[in-house]
Design a protein around this ligand. Sequence first.
Ligand code: EPZ
Length: 429
Amino acid sequence: MDKFVINGGNKLYGEVSISGAKNAAVAIIPAVVLADEPCVIENLPKIKDVAVILAILKHMGAKVTKIDGDDSRVEIDPRGITSYKVTCEKLVGDMRASYYLLGALLGKFGKALVPFSGGCSFCERPIDLHLKAFETLGAECNILPTQIELTSDKLEGKPIYFDVVSVGATMNAMLAAVKTPGRTVIDRAAKEPHIVDLANFLNSMGANIKGAGTDVIKIRGVEYLHSCTYSIIPDQIEAGTYMAAVAAAGGNVLIKDVIPEHLVSITTKLRDTGTVVEEYDEAIRVIRENDLKSCNVKTMPHPGFPTDMQPQFVALLSTANGRSRVMECVWESRFSYLPQLRKMGADIIDNGNTAYIYGKQYLNGAKVRALDLRAGAAMVIAGLAAKGITEISDIKYIERGYEKIIDKLTAIGADIRRVTYLESLDDEI
Ligand code: EPZ
């Protein structure tokens, strides 16, 4: 029941370091199930989703050891996982990415029994494409009342075509195919940086995956995956969120430990708002001194503008001069947080998958809710830029994906605190 309390208006100055990518980590950890030897994973973000997926693997029989007591470096020995059944329903239901256990267990045992996954539910999140990919490889999929069951007599590499570009289905198809005999070709694959990271991790264990990062991924099944040490890429969306925060609040911040090439779509749109973005080898400097200009944004699969940055940009554009248009083209609906921004005075009209934002000179602090991870990040950004106090409840969503967000923002000059329920004035949100 804790909340974030932000006293808005401070400009942001200094340096912030970006953690490992959440959406890579939550796929790479289940991928270790496929390994035949222990693996060391480095640069893990210290966030709730990573803790949960590690706890699930432990429950399944893996040995998970922190290296030098550091949560961001763990050795995972999967050799104790001897069953295709996952029984820790509560943990699996705590996060979306637990569905990667389906592909990993199918690839390892030829069958899987996994409870339904949970996580951020800003709209319906189907998994029909994941199941279609498993079926193409020879599995039978049964939706039971609380679990998904996959069975197979024999799996065989095959061509898989996705009619919708899906990150999760591409990753799950890769996991299922990596040890499946024969050649699997995934056509219309997703191209996000975390897809490439998963392929690089699997290849560093001896997998044979080519083409990750393009529309076509070719996988030749291998029998054995050996140990490796692998460092996860920086989080594109965490970096983008800090970039948007600096642009919204104003100031000059060096954002370190990033891959600037992964941020091009975000950098381009920020420049459209008049924000200065300087790119270095592994860092980005964001400077915002003048008024923000409006701009139009359309979310698309990578290399387009990421849907996971859409709410943060709507918050940012709420104080830009003029009218901005933001179109959500990845998810059927991802604007349910708009009423929260309107409580802060934002002038936004939404119609289907499009939001029209009429920029105000400033937003006012208010009591708002974090409805999901990225909507919560948008509330933080709005609160940093607003006049007065913003109280954000349901911060569990924010903390599942942003490592030490309070410490990182405080270090660059934000006035943000985490308070317990009793300290906040009331709960009438
Ligand atoms: C991943 O979700 C991310 N989650 C999401 O980030 C992100 O928004 C999304 O990719 C798009 O980039 C993780 O990586 C854990 P999709 P995923 O399958 O894989 C449709 C965050 O905030 N679709 O690429 O579940 C679907 O409805 C989270 O970090 C089907 O129709 O997304 C959507 O319109 C939120 N059938 C589109 O594809 C399917 O079987 C893209 O979804 C699967 C998806």
